[in-house]
Design a protein around this ligand. Structure first.
Ligand SMILES: Cc1cc2nc3c(=O)[nH]c(=O)nc-3n(C[C@H](O)[C@H](O)[C@H](O)COP(=O)(O)O)c2cc1C
Length: 185
């Protein structure tokens, strides 16, 4: 299968989760992990698209919240490495450009603090719904991977992401095979 994992990330956590999901798919699939804005919004020529974003102010990052993240990387978190794409546009802007008629299988995740979604935000839900409205087939409930108060992933989250990747893979292989069988003349 052709799999694209598009992420937005300031401090690297959402990127690390993307890499872990990719490893869950295994080497027999063609998996690319890339900043979301490197994926043309009208590209639907893949079997699976996974989209990941950090949570900022209860929702998807905006330009101002990205700036605030960059400032805190320089002040509050001297040891945080900023992602090279941290100040670029991200999932919010990319999503706004996705045209209707998207026929790909999708799944979305976010990274956030470990607290109820209604309290701290769970933007993967929004991404998942928006892609479904454009015609995509959602193959998993939106997931969250958790960071601590220093905005570092909790122990075990990378492994959990890997397991989720493997689960997505099993699900997508089954439905891709079914779709190909249904399309046979
Ligand atoms: C400006 C800003 C606002 C944030 N707001 C929230 C929030 O509302 N809820 C939450 O759970 N986490 C919040 N966080 C923490 C982020 O979830 C955390 O930085 C992110 O998951 C780290 O991902 P990254 O390393 O890929 O940037 C915020 C972080 C920043 C920098």
């Amino acid at each position: 299968m052709q799999v694209l994992i598009g992420f937005e990330s300031m401090f690297g956590n959402t990127h690390r989760i993307a890499d872990a999901i990719a490893s869950g798919f295994g080497p027999e699939h063609d998996v690319t992990v890339t900043p979301i804005t490197d994926i043309p919004p009208d590209l639907v020529d893949v079997d699976v698209l996974v989209v990941g974003a950090p949570t900022h102010a209860h929702t998807l990052p905006r330009r101002e919240s990205r700036r605030s993240a960059v400032r805190s990387a320089h002040t509050r978190y001297k040891d945080h490495q900023l992602e090279p794409t941290a100040e670029r546009a991200g999932v919010r802007e990319w999503l706004a450009e996705v045209p209707p008629g998207c026929s790909v299988q999708v799944a979305a995740y976010d990274t956030r603090f470990r607290a109820p979604g209604w309290l701290v935000g769970h933007p993967a839900t929004r991404v998942s719904r928006a892609l479904a409205r454009r015609g995509a087939t959602v193959i998993s409930r939106p997931q969250s991977f958790y960071v601590d108060k220093h905005e570092q992933l909790h122990a075990g989250e990378v492994e959990r992401a890997q397991r989720w990747g493997a689960e997505l893979c099993r699900h997508a292989v089954t439905s891709t095979n079914t779709r190909h069988r249904d399309l046979r003349p």
